[in-house]
Design a protein around this ligand. Structure first.
Ligand SMILES: [Fe+2]
Length: 244
């Protein structure tokens, strides 16, 4: 089960399901621990993990979702710390990254490498060529951690506001715009920054973990969005939007 490999098709739901990109953006937004998405010097003191050790750690950590009161904010930071322990030179990781190139034509290459038991998590890699983008989409009822391996990607993250605009449109509040580079991570939870878009500044490789992973229900509820290019009058961070 832990070696199952899945290539993503081009359907909207499939892509949303696996795009794996989650920001936690610190530039413009209140966030609980902004410094934590930067490389932590203490991480270098932790024992590096190979691919098998990394997967074993994810498998164990993901059990937290079944606890009575799952603290998603704490979980994504724990998971990010684990992800940074995976050696960037791990031969299995390098092989998977090389194999991912060209998996999807004219779109970032997204490959889900591992599905946890009963869709408890997904481990995926994403390879962008310079300028490639993944439009706004959500990850319903899921958390996510994305770790930069190479390159640089800009991530914009949003919350869907409960009320419609005066003209009856959806409203997205931008939490932040952040750039994920090697060793930098971004996160989302079910309640914070669950909608995001990504644009590669240069060729970029990312490692993503979603908890829980995609199952039929969560894939079916995944949505794409289009937003206005400018914020609503009188605001700097609220945009009208529609579902695609
Ligand atoms: Fe995503």
């Amino acid at each position: 089960m832990l070696t199952r490999r899945i290539f993503v098709g081009l359907s909207a739901h499939g892509l949303a399901a696996l795009c794996g990109l989650l920001p936690f953006l610190k530039a413009c937004a209140p966030q609980p621990s902004p410094a934590k998405n930067q490389p932590d010097p203490e991480d270098s003191a932790a024992e590096p993990l190979d691919w098998a050790g990394f997967l074993a750690g994810v498998d164990q950590l993901a059990l937290e979702q079944f606890s009575g009161a799952w603290d998603q904010e704490a979980y994504v930071e724990e998971l990010a710390t684990l992800m940074r322990r995976l050696s960037p030179q791990d031969p299995i990781l390098l092989e998977e990254l090389a194999d991912a190139v060209g998996a999807i034509r004219n779109f970032p290459d997204i490959v889900t490498l591992v599905e946890g038991p009963d869709h408890s998590y997904d481990v995926a890699i994403v390879v962008f060529e310079e300028g490639e983008e993944i439009p706004l989409h959500d990850h319903p009822d899921m958390t996510g951690v994305i770790l930069g391996l190479t390159g640089e990607v800009e991530i914009q993250s949003f919350d869907l506001l409960p009320e419609l605009s005066a003209s009856g449109a959806l409203q997205l509040k931008r939490l932040a715009v952040s750039n994920v580079t090697p060793g930098v991570h971004a996160t989302l939870t079910a309640a914070r920054g669950n909608i995001h878009s990504l644009r590669a500044i240069s060729r970029t490789e990312l490692l993503d973990v979603f908890t829980p992973g995609y199952n039929q229900d969560r894939s079916a509820r995944s949505k794409w969005f289009t937003r206005s290019t400018t914020p609503l009058d009188g605001t700097t961070d609220i945009f009208e939007a529609r579902e695609d």
